[in-house]
Design a protein around this ligand. Structure first.
Ligand SMILES: [Zn+2]
Length: 366
């Protein structure tokens, strides 16, 4: 064997391939993280890491501040117990998912929160300003995922300081700017929804009945008036007339409106039967009464909610319940008429039970 082949052989054996097996979902997360950190490939990242060129953001001003803050606040790495600017990388996301899943009726919600956490936590703590350019919808999810992470951390580590730090980053970098709830259909903060609904339901009198009907039915303003003034059909079986058709199931009534005005559909809605009778016996439910209801909700919630928001709250609560998105979309009139018909014919018992379990368990109806 001559010298040249010897060298060649030694070089060959110096190089080893390292492979890693990942689930498809994790692969997407990995690719996203690589991209966010300026790497084209996994190999580029490994080489930079070995050479000590990564993490690159060690010198970044935000990271310097972060180290200071986590020391001051005693926020330790959950794995090593040390102060580490990338402590969040050692969070067990499986455990976080288990923890959050217990808190949501709708498991997909917890999964989505953890997915946002995984994708954005690095950037949130090291370069939060980059999040500013994301859409309002995405920022809402990111902020909520980080807040939920802070709460989870507090439950695990008995240190509420991280929650405060996260809130400070959100405020300081204005990550929740221009995210008024009035512009969004999907709301991430469940606690906020419940507080607002309870506040709105406190209002009594005739206007209070309109407000309660608006929340429990989830109808749009003009549909509320339509449900009030349209005559009720006497026929109990398969009728195609333009009047309202009512079916009673336990404590709730199914009101079939079949109203289509432009893109606004409303096939049917579910309301507590007692409330339905109170609502129908009101003398006037016109635009004017709706306006008063709108103003009363605004003043009662310090401007945080409006009459229109009750429809969103209704939708958001049902989405997270056993009913799920499909059922909630049907009730909101966002689904195709064919699926509304399917529910009306085949799943009326189920959807009215799901409605009662979600809405009537949480909120007292008159
Ligand atoms: Zn009829």
């Amino acid at each position: 064997m001559n010298k040249q082949t010897q060298v060649h052989k030694r070089q060959q054996s110096d190089w080893k391939s390292v492979t890693v097996r990942l689930k498809e979902n994790d692969l997407a997360i990995l690719n996203n993280k690589l991209r966010l950190n300026g790497f084209e490939t996994f190999s580029e990242f490994i080489h930079a890491w070995i050479k000590g060129q990564y993490p690159l953001h060690e010198n970044n001003e935000q990271v310097e501040k972060l180290i200071q803050r986590i020391r001051d606040k005693g926020i330790r790495d959950p794995l090593t117990g040390e102060f580490n600017p990338t402590f969040y990388r050692n969070v067990n996301t499986e455990d976080m998912l288990t923890d959050l899943s217990k808190r949501y009726a709708y498991p997909k919600h917890a999964k989505d929160l953890v997915r946002y956490f995984e994708r954005y936590v690095d950037i949130f703590f090291s370069k939060p300003q980059l999040i500013q350019s994301e859409s309002g919808h995405k920022r809402a999810w990111i902020c909520d995922a980080m807040r939920k992470f802070g709460m989870y951390y507090d439950r695990k580590m008995h240190n509420p300081e991280l929650k405060i730090l996260i809130e400070e980053i959100i405020q300081r970098y204005e990550l929740n700017k221009k995210m008024r709830i009035h512009d969004r259909v999907w709301l991430t903060d469940e606690g906020f929804i419940e507080t607002m609904v309870r506040k709105a339901l406190e209002i009594d009198g005739d206007i209070g009945t309109i407000i309660k009907f608006a929340f429990f039915s989830g109808l749009r303003g003009e549909e509320i008036t339509y449900a009030h003034e349209t005559p009720i059909c006497d026929s109990l079986t398969g009728c195609n007339c333009n009047n309202l058709h009512i079916t009673q199931k336990k404590k709730v009534s199914i009101i079939v409106l079949n109203r289509i005005v432009g893109p606004k559909h409303s096939y049917f809605t579910i309301v507590p039967t007692k409330l339905w009778h109170m609502f129908r016996s009101l003398s006037m439910v016109t635009r004017e009464e709706r306006n008063i209801a709108h103003m009363m909700i605004k003043s009662h919630t310090a401007g945080k909610a409006t009459l229109m928001d009750l429809r969103k709250f209704h939708y958001n609560l049902l989405c997270r319940s056993e009913m799920g998105e499909t059922g909630a979309e049907v009730l909101a009139g966002r689904a195709k008429s064919i699926s509304a018909k399917h529910y009306l014919i085949h799943e009326l018992d189920k959807i009215s039970d799901q409605y009662s379990d979600c809405i009537l368990e949480k909120f007292i109806s008159p």
